[in-house]
Each structure stands twice: as C-alpha cells, then as structure tokens.
Design a protein around this ligand. Structure first.
Ligand SMILES: CC(C)(COP(=O)(O)OP(=O)(O)OC[C@H]1O[C@@H](n2cnc3c(N)ncnc32)[C@H](O)[C@@H]1OP(=O)(O)O)[C@@H](O)C(=O)NCCC(=O)NCCS
Length: 383
C-alpha cells in the first residue's frame, strides 16, 4: 500500500504516535496510572506538587526532595509587573483561557533562557509555568472585577495559594482538598489533543513556551477541556432536579450532545469521574445543598438507561462531575478550564521533555481530493 492510498484516519483514532512512560490509560477497564501509580491512590494521598515531581522524574519524591521542590515552585509564583500591567489593558470580557494563552506566551519574552532547549532549562521553565499559571488565572479574576490582584504567598501549597489569591482569604481544608484532588486527577492523560499539539510544536524544535501556548489553545475547545464549563452551564440551564427528564427528552429530540459525557478512549466509566462523583456528593452533603449534584446524578442516570448511550458506550467523563466539584468550592464557571490547564501543564511539560529526548518531526499527510492540472485562467476571463 503506497502512502497515497493509505486510508484516512479521521481524528487519528487508534493511531500511536510515541512511546511514553507518563500515563497509562486503559479505556476498556477504566483504569488510569501515572508512571505506574493508580490514579485512585494518587487522588487519595498525593499533593499536586508530588504528582508534578512524579511526572518530571518518573518516581515519587522523598520528603526532603518534595520540600525542596515545593520551595522551588513556591518561589516562582510572582508574575512580572509588566505582564500584570498588560493584563489590565485587556478587554474585561475576554475569556480567561484566552488571557492565559496570551500571558503564557508573553512570559517567554521575559525569560532570558527562552531559546535554551536543554533538558535543564526546560525543567526550569516548566517549573516556572506550573508555578505562575495559577497567579495569572487568579489575577485575571480580580482584574476583570476591578479589584487589585493579590500577591502570591510562598508558604502555602499550590492549591491553597491559588484559592487565597482568588478569594483574598485562606480557604477551608475542604476547599483546598477538593482543588488539590482535582489538580492531581487532571495532570496527565496519554496522547490527548492538547498534549499532542504540544508535542507537534516541540517536534519542530520550537521552545516550551510556544508548545504550552499551543496546548492551552487546544485545551480551550468544548470537545476537550472546555467541556467542564459547558457541563456546568448545561446543569444551570436545567436548573432543578425536577427538570431533568424534560430537558433530556428535548436534548435527544434536538440531537444535542450532553456535555461531560463520552470519551475517545474510555468505553466504560472514566475512573476520574468515579472519584469526582463521590467528591461532589460529599461536598453537597456537607453544604446541605444537593441541587447541583442531584441534577448531574439524575441526568447521568437518565442517559445511562437510554439505549443511545448504552449502544455507544457513552459514560460520564472527568469534566462532568468536576464541574460540580469546582462550582461547589466557589470557582467561577469560566475559570474551570483554566484550572484544567493549571493541572495539565504538568503533563504537557513532561511530554515536551519526552519529545525532546526522542524527537522526530511530527508531519502526517493529507489525501488530496481536489481537482488537478487545471489550465491557468487570466483574471479578466474568470466568470
Ligand atoms: C469527547 C467526544 C468529543 C469524543 O468524540 P469521538 O470519540 O470523536 O466520538 P464521536 O463524536 O464520533 O461520537 C460517537 C457517537 O456518540 C455520540 N456522542 C458522543 N458523545 C456524545 C454526547 N456527549 N452526547 C450525545 N451523543 C454523543 C455521537 O453523536 C456519535 O453518535 P453516532 O455514532 O450516531 O454518530 C464526544 O464524546 C463529545 O463531544 N462529548 C461531549 C464533550 C465532552 O464532554 N468533552 C470532554 C471529553 S473528556
């Protein structure tokens, strides 16, 4: 079979483009591991910073390594005043993912190491990005509400400091714990679309700031990371558990997709959804407001008992219940996807480093299906 006659793989489904030691996604049994560790154990026990270390070193840190790593990350949280000034000029209605994409790109201009692609420089730049992205997200929330950004603290965990910068007060343990678990769960996920785009950019020998900027742009779409915001908007549109049935019937009639359901790889339940379902239920019970959990739960039950969803193996994915978790800890709905990016930057950077370690230009082909050998027509003769 020549390349010209190779079948088109729309959406690259099932195509393996690299070997990776980062995460194993088993879509048939719903199992996810980072560097050999089950996501359930990591979600129950790990600090997000520990997971970043794991992904960048392929092993868990010792206590002293974790202390040093945390201190190093915490020392890099401050955003350049020039960039904070730039953010104050942005239109207030700009989507936070667009702000994040633009500011991450701009950070590269302030880094004297920007064009140094050595493994050491890349690891330093990755640490800088993972540390400063929460500052950008929290600062934008305040700037767009005409409030001064709150300076980061270096004595708090990444999750706690983010909530502190966002709200101006130290969060409760429940809030911190929910955000930390969310960050742990989203840190890496095989060759997903945004990771692939980061690898494509890296494969051209471009720098890590360009690769992460590319990845943020890819994550933004509702078929990928943007689904968590869309899922929450869908629950808000439903409004009450009693409206679920009517809303579902209408959605089926209009052939509307249920956001937060379906996955390219998982043909059974996404293990992250299992953990987040439990977490969102616990949050609902402790706050006494079960509305959002009930809406999500009833809609999921309704979909899962419908033959359309059964036949196509469509289950809740990570974005479905993460929307409920993040909403219940008071994260503004359009910051959900930036939180996803704050987590996934750990995996993106790890993949960028893997790509550098064994690179070949990623350059697939397209099957040309247009006309050929047309005669040139002078402009005055074109009808
Ligand atoms: C994630 C997603 C993009 C995967 O897409 P994919 O692997 O390309 O699968 P397809 O879009 O080809 O969908 C396969 C079938 O399931 C249906 N389907 C997929 N997700 C659906 C959903 N959320 N609601 C209703 N139907 C859905 C499609 O209509 C299609 O049906 P068909 O065979 O009759 O044409 C898709 O499931 C989706 O759009 N989900 C909602 C958005 C979302 O939650 N994204 C976050 C992913 S983590």
């Amino acid at each position: 079979m020549t390349l010209q006659s190779a079948p088109v793989s729309k959406g690259l489904e099932g195509i393996v483009i690299a070997q990776s030691r980062l995460s194993k996604v088993d879509g048939s049994i719903g199992k996810l591991q980072y560097c050999g560790y089950n996501i359930k154990d990591l979600a129950a026990n790990a600090l997000f910073e520990e997971v970043i270390f794991l992904l960048w070193n392929y092993r868990l840190p010792t206590q002293s390594e974790l202390d040093t790593f945390r201190a190093d990350l915490a020392a890099q949280r401050v955003l350049e005043p020039e960039l904070l000034g730039m953010m104050k000029q942005f239109p207030k209605g700009t989507h936070p993912m667009s702000v994040l994409r633009t500011v991450v790109s701009a950070i590269g201009m302030f880094d004297p190491e920007a064009e140094d692609n050595s493994p050491e420089a890349n690891q330093r730049k990755a640490a800088r990005l993972a540390s400063v992205m929460p500052t950008i997200v929290a600062a934008w929330e305040r700037i767009r509400n005409d409030e001064e950004p709150i300076a980061p603290r270096d004595d708090l965990t990444l999750a706690t400091n983010f909530l502190y910068m966002l709200k101006g007060t130290e969060p409760t343990e429940t809030e911190t714990d929910a955000v930390n678990t969310y960050l742990v769960l989203l840190a890496d996920h095989g060759m997903n679309a945004s990771t692939f785009s980061a690898r494509v950019t890296t494969s051209t020998l471009s720098d890590i700031y360009s690769a992460i900027t590319t990845a943020i742009g890819t994550l933004k779409g509702p078929a990928h990371g943007g689904a968590n915001q869309k899922a929450m908007e869908q629950f808000m549109e439903i409004g009450s558990p009693d409206n679920v049935d009517a809303w579902f019937e209408q959605a089926m009639e209009n052939k509307r997709r249920i956001m937060g359901i379906g996955h390219r790889v998982y043909k059974t339940e996404d293990p992250r959804a299992t953990i987040l379902r439990e977490r969102s239920k616990a949050l609902a019970e402790s706050s006494g407001d079960r509305t959002w959990y009930e809406i999500a739960w009833r809609l999921e039950q309704r979909a899962r008992s419908h033959e359309f969803f059964i036949e196509r193996n469509l289950f809740a994915n990570v974005d479905y219940y993460s929307a409920i978790v993040l909403y219940q800890v008071g994260i503004p709905v359009d910051l959900f996807t930036p939180l996803f990016a704050m987590s996934r930057v750990a995996g993106w950077s790890a993949h960028v480093m893997e790509q550098w370690a064994d690179n070949r230009l990623i350059r697939p082909r397209a099957e040309y299906v247009g006309p050929e050998d047309l005669a040139w027509v002078p402009i005055e003769e074109r009808g």
